[in-house]
Design a protein around this ligand. Structure first.
Ligand SMILES: Cc1cc2nc3c(=O)[nH]c(=O)nc-3n(C[C@H](O)[C@H](O)[C@H](O)COP(=O)(O)OP(=O)(O)OC[C@H]3O[C@@H](n4cnc5c(N)ncnc54)[C@H](O)[C@@H]3O)c2cc1C
Length: 304
């Protein structure tokens, strides 16, 4: 019996299980071949059952939030994808902070924040991922990043099916630009405690709305993408989009993947683009930036 049969027979699992599921349906890019299986756990018990299965069957796996920072290859992934979007945990005040489940979409969290008078989340506004993805990626904008807003992160370790959740306080949460340095392989963020700053609901809503309007003006949101493709190569003194601009690649197209005219650090899926076309554009930028400008470009998007 293979691991997919073991997954089918997993007794007590309350989440969803899909087989041969196209990952193009689970990524913002709308690109990516099928996963052998995709599991959407709905409880901590589900996570523990999956962890036991992974350990006993030696199952390769990947963790997925809303797939807004992922590029999945066309041939798909021969592994078990764990999607976090149905993990439990509504956002609620807890002592000096707000505890919120990792599977909550940032947009839903911010609506709740505005309604509840929780201020100070401008830095993550407009990010189309889950809170867990924002923690893992240290998501942010020019206004700040997740690292500034977190008090505690709790994780479940897929390598330790019986262990309690692990809580890390601020001093253990190490981040750098669009990166965390504390999650070990196998650790899933299950929830986090965010700083509580009180404010007026109407003012918070207005601030968030105006940031969203600004995004719509400046970002090419009409086609699927993963947002910024490259990290800003800070040591060069240039922003990522400026590098692409200097190379004359604004609007450059391979197949149905195109470097956005509106924002050259974005690659758009104009319709049924292939991962190989996006990767070819990424490689083109990287090789030309190194050869012509002496700049090392590093991807922000994670390629699976
Ligand atoms: C239109 C658009 C605009 C964007 N704008 C911004 C922006 O302004 N700022 C910004 O920082 N990013 C931006 N992004 C990128 C993306 O939204 C962020 O990186 C986001 O944090 C990813 O969250 P996700 O849930 O979609 O994670 P996914 O893309 O599903 O996963 C990203 C990584 O996080 C890991 N991960 C996800 N959830 C968990 C979890 N619970 N536990 C452990 N690991 C986990 C995954 O394994 C993967 O390695 C944008 C993307 C798009 C499409």
């Amino acid at each position: 019996m293979g691991w997919t049969d073991a997954l089918r027979n997993l007794e007590g699992f309350s989440g969803d299980r899909l087989y041969g599921e196209p990952l193009s349906k689970h990524t913002y890019f709308k690109i990516g071949g099928p996963a052998t299986a995709l599991a959407v756990p709905k409880s901590e018990g589900d996570l523990r059952l999956l962890a036991k299965l992974i350990a006993s069957e030696n199952v390769p796996y990947a963790i997925l939030g809303l797939g807004s920072n992922l590029l999945v290859r066309d041939e798909g992934l021969d592994l078990l994808c764990l999607k976090t979007t149905k993990l439990p945990g509504a956002a609620a005040e807890e002592g000096d902070g707000i505890r919120a489940g990792a599977g909550i979409a940032v947009a839903a969290f911010l609506r709740k924040a505005a309604d509840s008078g929780w201020d100070g989340f401008e830095a993550i506004s407009g990010i189309p991922g889950t809170l867990g993805g924002v923690v893992a990626m240290n998501g942010g904008t020019h206004l700040g990043e997740a690292a500034d807003l977190l008090l505690e992160v709790r994780t479940f370790d897929l390598r330790k099916p019986e262990a309690p959740l692990r809580a890390r306080g601020r001093d253990e949460l190490k981040f750098s630009y669009r990166k965390n340095h504390f999650l070990e392989p196998g650790e899933i963020v299950v929830d986090a405690k965010w700083k509580l700053v009180r404010g007026d609901s109407a003012t918070i809503r207005e601030k968030l709305d105006s940031l969203y309007r600004r995004r719509k003006e400046t970002q090419p949101l009409d086609f699927p993408s993963c947002g910024s493709v490259f990290k800003n190569p800070k040591e060069s003194g240039l922003r990522a989009w400026e590098v692409v601009e200097k190379l004359g690649l604004r609007g450059h197209r391979i197949g149905n993947a195109q470097i956005a005219e509106k924002h050259p650090n974005w690659i758009l899926n104009l319709g049924d683009a292939k991962a190989r076309d996006v990767i070819a554009l990424i490689e083109l930028v990287k090789s030309r930036a190194a050869a012509e400008l002496g700049v090392t470009m590093v991807e922000e998007v994670r390629i699976l």
